[in-house]
Every structure is written in C-alpha cells, then in structure tokens.
Design a binder for this molecule. Structure first.
Ligand code: ATP
Length: 351
C-alpha cells in the first residue's frame, strides 16, 4: 500500500478558493506557506466501508497517484505531493490557471486550422507520452483538456483528471468501466477518443450524434459518421483525412498518437500542404453553439449531482435518526422488562 504524507495539509498549505469539483470532491487553490507558490489540491473523500456508495476506494486514489507519478511531461498536469487523513486524500498538483481549451477557443472570433493544430499537437504529445508508458487516460474529453495560462501568446495544453486512467500491461487482463475483464491487445491503447475531440473542435458537431440515444449508440458501434458539407465547408481535405484515419472501427488499424504526429496535416511535407492549413478554419459559429450547450449540460449535471448528494445525505441522516430512535426504544423496553439491578448496572456503565 502506498504511503502518503500523514501530516496535516494545512500545516504546509493555506487552503484557498474552489477551482472546480468532480464526482469525489473539490479542487481548491493551495498556497504553499514556505514559498508562497500556488498549487491546486484535489480533495478526494475516501470510502468508509465496502458497502458505502460515497467516496472513492483508497485503491483507486493510489492508482491515480501512481499514474501521475509516472507521467512527468509538459502537457500533463504535474504531481507535487499527497496528504492523507482518515477521511480524505489531498492530491497536490500544479495549478492550471487558463481554464478549458474549448472555452478559450469559443471566446475567439475565428481560429485557423494551423492554430487548432498547435493545440492538437500538444494534446497528441501528452497522449503519445502516456501511451509510451503503457498508460491509457480513458476519459479524454473537452473538460479534461486545459490551458496553463490563456494570456500568453502560445498557451500550453495540460491534460488533467487521471481518475479513470489505467496502466495496461500487454497480455494481462484489466477491468473496463463496466467491470468486465478485457484482454489487452496492443490496440487497446488506441481507444482514446482523440478523434471525437478533434471532430468537435473542427465542426462543433459530435460525429455520431443521432436523433435518439439509441441511434447515437448504434452510430458509435458501427463507427457511422459523415462530413456534412454545411458544417465542414471550411475544413481542409487533410484534416478530414486525419479524422478518417482515426475514426476506424478496428482499433489496431487506427493511427497511434505517434503516427498522428507524423500525419501531413500535423507535419506538412510540402508547401502546398502547409498553405492548405492556413486557408482552412474551424466552424466557429457552430463550435460556439456546441460549447454553450456543453456548458449548460455540465451545470445541469452538476445540479442533478448536488440534488442527488443532498438526498443521499438526508436519507443517511434519517436512517441514523431512526437507528437512534430504535435504540432508545429498546432501552425503554429494557427498562420496562429487565430487573432493576441490571438496569442500574447498565446505566452506570454508560454514564
Ligand atoms: P470527474 O468527476 O469529472 O471525473 P474529478 O473528481 O476526477 O472529476 P477533476 O476532473 O480532476 O476531478 O477536477 C475537477 C475540476 O477541477 C476540473 O474540471 C477543473 O475545472 C478543476 N481542476 C482540476 N485540476 C485542476 C488544476 N490542476 N488546476 C486548476 N483547476 C483544476
């Protein structure tokens, strides 16, 4: 079992404002008392018992920490320290001030493919590094792609949230999210939905979106998508080719992150290829619409999760009160049925 720092986090860091929250707790700004440097602290509530549905198993926190330790790369959020108390673990990481990449892009008037590629290249470098360490993120989505600082000329990408990441040992089984054991072939690592993130960025559309959830699921399973002219009229053929080489049903045939970095859309070989990218741009109008809907869905989910948590806490409180009431009632029954000497002994031992 990994040993975390058992000292009190507040002895070393001043706890500041909330930066975000996730399923298992909050992320807050931390100011290191000794140096005055700011960090971010992910406060994760630990599961108290096997049967509890609240909090995270210590084993899962250990996995997230162990993975972060192995991933020291400019485009991946860096780990600084880990503190542990009875009820929670605080994972101290580098503070990422620039917000989400998608929000940054949505604020712009326009974005050429060259500018989008600059970001994509950094995401690919982070992912390629991860994969070189046999680690898959498994939760690459717009919310987990952040910028270290959006005010600089060339903002730096930081991939965050390794809560679902897995170290994959070829030939060994691992448990997928739905709990079923899966055999790891070399292609499993190619499951990262990078192509979906890119398709969204270029068009503001989700590639497999159907009219119903069922249709969407079927499209995903069949890898059925198209480049609708009304959304992709500003997109270069090279960008489409790039997506096509990723959105392939058979994972072993998809480009790896390393191969992506060598595709001519990312690394043009001729002047013509390079020029194509500066003439093409992302569909800003649709992207802004998509991002606004995404933000709305996120806040809706957050309200839903808060309500659910409040209901759960209320239920726990009621169950505790019921239990207390029942134990009072049984004491009362005791008083009514047991001999006086026995009751005196019990009362004196509990006082
Ligand atoms: P989820 O429920 O999405 O899996 P989580 O509990 O694993 O979330 P994170 O995704 O790691 O938590 O963090 C939640 C939010 O906190 C992020 O969406 C982001 O807004 C913010 N955040 C996380 N890490 C940092 C950081 N290093 N610097 C600044 N903000 C951060």
């Amino acid at each position: 079992m990994a040993q975390f720092n058992l000292q009190n986090v507040e002895d070393f860091y001043e706890i500041g404002e909330i930066l975000g929250s996730g399923h298992f707790g909050q992320v807050r700004e931390l100011r290191e008392r000794a140096s005055g440097v700011s960090w971010a602290g992910k406060f994760v509530k630990l599961r108290r018992s096997v049967s509890s549905r609240l909090g995270l198993e210590r084993k899962s926190v250990e996995r997230e920490v162990e993975i972060l330790q192995a991933l020291q790369h400019t485009n991946i959020m860096a780990l600084k320290d880990v503190f542990e108390s009875r009820a929670e673990v605080v994972i101290v990481v580098e503070l990422i001030r620039g917000g989400e990449l998608f929000d940054f892009v949505a604020e712009k008037e326009n974005l050429t493919e060259i500018e989008a590629i600059e970001f994509l290249k950094q995401i690919l470098k982070g992912v390629a590094f991860m994969h070189s360490k046999q680690i898959a993120h498994f939760d690459l989505k717009p919310e987990n792609i952040m910028l270290s600082d959006k005010k600089v000329e060339h903002p730096e990408i930081k991939i965050i949230d390794f809560g679902l990441a897995q170290r994959l040992t070829p030939g060994e089984e691992y448990r997928s999210l739905c709990g079923t054991p899966q055999y790891i072939g070399p292609e499993v690592i190619n499951y990262e939905p990078l192509s979906v993130v890119l398709y969204l960025l270029l068009s503001g559309l989700s590639p497999f979106q159907g009219d119903t959830d069922e249709e969407t699921l079927r499209n995903i399973v069949d890898m059925k998508y198209e480049f609708e002219e009304q959304y992709f009229s500003q997109t270069s053929d090279m960008a489409k080719d790039f997506i096509e080489k990723l959105l392939i049903k058979e994972p072993s045939e998809r480009m790896t992150a390393e191969e992506c970095l060598l595709h001519p859309w990312i690394k043009p070989l001729t002047r013509k290829q390079a020029a194509n990218r500066s003439r093409s741009s992302i569909n800003m109008k649709n992207f802004k619409k998509f991002n606004a809907r995404r933000k709305w869905r996120m806040s809706y989910n957050m309200v839903w999760a808060c309500n659910r948590l409040c209901r759960l806490q209320l239920l726990c409180k009621r169950a505790k009160e019921d239990e207390e009431l029942r134990s009072c009632e049984s004491d009362q029954e005791d008083i009514e049925t047991k001999p006086a000497s026995l009751i005196r002994r019990r009362l004196s031992s509990s006082s």
